[in-house]
Design a protein around this ligand. Structure first.
Ligand code: NAD
Ligand code: TYD
Length: 339
């Protein structure tokens, strides 16, 4: 099969490309990425020269460019990871989120209609369901939970999901959607919570915790997410939405303390800063559907995954030090300077 993966120079898309290229030598993985601040060719370096991997530096909003790739590569499957993905950036500058996450998705869907594909898969997020209250641990997001977004990021992702559903119903495009909880693992950009804690702690910099650090996220090791997407694309039913998550809820403070303790760093590094506007309280996925229908279960326990992740950051300092020394430095100053 020829499989287009957009956003493959980012965190999850990059891990997914590694996984696919190494697991399926007979499939060709065609990565399309604009290489925004979040895209990094160093993430793809280990697979760049593999015979079953190709890379195009193209914006998914560039209709002509995308159509040309479809003409040349004749994909059977398209998996759309490409997105602006950071909630805090969406609060300061929503527009680029609307462009990439909505317009970009519509261009990919149009290309699929025009050239014909066996499956289009949209990588979505549990954030489209909004949040759950902290005092109702019995509540979880199911695929039936209404869309109810909080941030410009989640609104743009929800809009993309609605477009995918419209293309399924109106044009009969064979699509699936997955909505996953927070991922962690290697190649995670150090503006997101877990890699930010690791990088700051290793540099003895303070760890900014928003509000009281009570917000809960449901953490999943990135390779478990990759396996789930692969399974959905190969065995999932057309037209269906699948939630992905591993019942692994932690408060932000618990995560910060776990990482600091693993690194032998003092909790004195923790600094409470002004809360994120509209900050979602709790995310928690009910993964019953993907378990019952496709037999998926997470394989990595948080204690093991976080250790693997920390070891990766310790052994791959160059990867994240290059990032931290670039444009990201200006962002960090703006984001945390006056908080
Ligand atoms: P990321 O920000 O690390 O990577 C995004 C990638 O998309 C980058 O390589 C970037 O260069 C590329 N990109 C951005 N705009 C583009 C454009 N216009 N054209 C082509 N490429 C473009 O994001 P991530 O954390 O890897 O997330 C990947 C997907 O998974 C996103 O759709 C996100 O919404 C979803 N998701 C993420 C999480 C998470 O915890 N990170 C959880 C659930 C779902
Ligand atoms: P993040 O990694 O940005 O993912 P998301 O907002 O998509 O869940 O943040 C995870 C949680 O950590 C979220 O509740 C916000 C919080 N957070 C901090 O407390 N400090 C930080 O510096 C960052 C980046 C996030």
């Amino acid at each position: 099969m020829n499989i287009i993966v957009t956003g493959g120079a980012g965190f999850i898309g990059g891990n997914f490309c590694h996984f696919m290229v190494n697991t399926y030598p007979d499939d060709t993985i065609i990565c399309i990425d604009k290489l925004t601040y979040a895209g990094n060719l160093e993430t793809l370096a280990p697979i760049m020269d593999k015979p079953n991997f190709k890379f195009y530096k193209t914006d998914i909003c560039d209709r002509e460019g995308i159509y040309k790739i479809f003409e040349d590569e004749k994909p059977d499957v398209v998996i759309n990871f490409a997105a602006e993905s950071h909630v805090d950036r969406s609060i300061t500058n929503p527009e680029i989120f609307l462009e990439t996450n909505i317009i970009g998705t519509s261009v990919m869907l149009d290309a699929c209609r025009k050239y014909g594909i066996k499956r289009y898969h949209q990588v979505s997020t549990d954030e489209v369901y909004g949040d759950l209250p902290l005092d109702r641990p019995d509540l979880f997001f199911t695929e039936e939970t209404p869309i109810h977004t909080s941030s410009p990021y989640s609104s743009s992702k929800a809009s993309a999901d609605l477009l995918v559903m419209a293309y399924m119903r109106t044009y009969g495009l064979p699509c699936t959607i997955s909505r996953c909880s927070n991922n962690y693992g290697p190649y995670h950009f150090p503006e997101k919570l877990i890699p930010l804690i690791i990088a700051n702690a290793l540099n003895d910099k303070t760890i900014p915790v928003y509000g009281k650090g009570e917000n809960v996220r449901d953490w999943l090791f990135v390779i478990d997410h990759c396996r789930a997407i692969d399974l959905i694309v190969r065995k999932g039913k057309e037209g269906e939405v699948y939630n992905i998550g591993g019942h692994n809820e932690k408060t932000n403070l618990e995560v910060v303390k776990t990482v600091l303790s693993a690194l032998g760093k003092s909790e004195d590094l923790i600094t409470y800063v002004t809360d994120r506007p509209g900050h979602d309280m709790r995310y928690a996925i009910d993964p019953t559907k993907i378990h019952n229908e496709l037999g998926w279960l997470p394989e990595t326990r948080f204690e093991d995954g976080i250790k693997q992740t920390i070891d990766w950051y310790l052994n791959n300092k160059e990867w994240w030090e290059h990032i931290i020394s670039g444009e990201y430095q200006n962002y960090y100053e703006k984001q945390y300077g006056n908080r």
